[in-house]
Ligand binder design. Structure first.
Ligand SMILES: NC(=O)c1ccc[n+]([C@@H]2O[C@H](COP(=O)([O-])OP(=O)(O)OC[C@H]3O[C@@H](n4cnc5c(N)ncnc54)[C@H](OP(=O)(O)O)[C@@H]3O)[C@@H](O)[C@H]2O)c1
Length: 253
């Protein structure tokens, strides 16, 4: 479904090799965008690239395999790419861990992927003027930043830090009309979701999913909102965190 005209736009997507990031790539390609696709798994990136070409043969789709926690690799990448109209940060990981067992190594590991790596790549892009004026930055956070869940201390904290970063970037770069917003999805069916299911009982997961009036989310649901936030249709929105949870926040008695 074509909604926006992205034919002259280039966007960078992290986490483009899987789940929400990959689906966002397809969504933006459908509207004619050119994309810079980032991830680690080369085969998966190639698959994303191939499908993007099938959706928009006249666009360009470059992919780079790198670990976003590798400072040098990230600096090399931001140094060589062209300026983009927007960024979607969809890289991330979830590792449930009891609070009483947290140590420096565990905190470091979670924060490196979900917060430091994001702050570093976006800040480098801004510093090197690789985000065009009027650009849009979209960050995938999680409802976990606001709603606790067992084993969620590290993941929730990393996402809360991310949302605070987004609000500050929104303020600092408003003079260039560069916008920054985050999306906080509830449960979305991706490989990361499947990983979460492996870590808890089926019964616990089913009880959780029963609380979603509109059922579980799909990557496309998040990709559609990313497309809107990258488009000029959202030109007056910045510093927002949008909860996208199929009505979970309504709560049940
Ligand atoms: N699925 C959900 O229910 C849900 C709910 C709320 C929020 N979220 C958030 O949504 C985002 C996307 O999650 P998803 O469900 O789409 O997960 P996913 O399918 O597991 O995808 C995660 C992506 O992040 C990339 N990634 C992870 N660590 C990386 C690193 N160090 N360097 C470079 N790339 C890295 C992975 O790349 P490779 O596979 O190539 O290694 C993959 O492309 C995450 O930030 C997650 O916290 C997900």
């Amino acid at each position: 479904m074509k909604t926006y005209d992205f034919r002259n736009k280039t966007f960078l997507i992290t986490g483009a090799s899987s789940g929400i990031g990959r689906e966002t790539a397809y969504r933006l390609a459908e509207d004619g965008a050119s994309l810079i696709l980032l991830g680690r798994n080369i085969e998966n990136l190639k698959e994303t690239q191939k499908k993007c070409f099938s959706l928009s043969a006249n666009s360009t789709f470059d992919f780079f395999s790198l670990d976003l926690t590798d400072e040098k690799a990230v600096a090399d990448l931001t140094g060589k790419i062209i300026a983009v109209d927007g960024v979607v940060i969809s890289s991330g990981k979830i590792e449930p861990f009891p609070a009483s067992f947290i140590n420096w190594k565990k905190i470091d590991s979670m924060m490196h992927t979900n917060f430091y790596a994001t702050a570093i790549i976006v800040s480098l892009l801004l510093k090197q003027r690789k985000i065009k004026d009027n650009g849009s930055l979209v960050f995938i956070s999680s409802i976990s930043s606001q709603f606790p869940h067992l084993g969620g201390t590290l993941y929730s904290s990393s996402k809360a830090a991310l949302e605070a970063y987004v609000r500050n970037v929104a303020l600092e770069f408003s003079n260039k009309r560069i916008r920054a917003n985050s999306i906080s999805p509830g449960m979305v069916k991706t490989p990361l979701f499947d990983e979460a299911v492996d870590n808890i009982s089926e019964d616990t997961m089913n009880k959780h999913l029963d609380k979603y009036p509109l059922g579980v989310g799909y990557p496309k649901d998040v990709a559609n909102l990313c497309a809107f936030l990258l488009s000029d249709q959202s030109r007056w929105m910045t510093g927002n965190n949008i909860v996208l949870d199929g009505g979970l926040h309504l709560g049940t008695l």
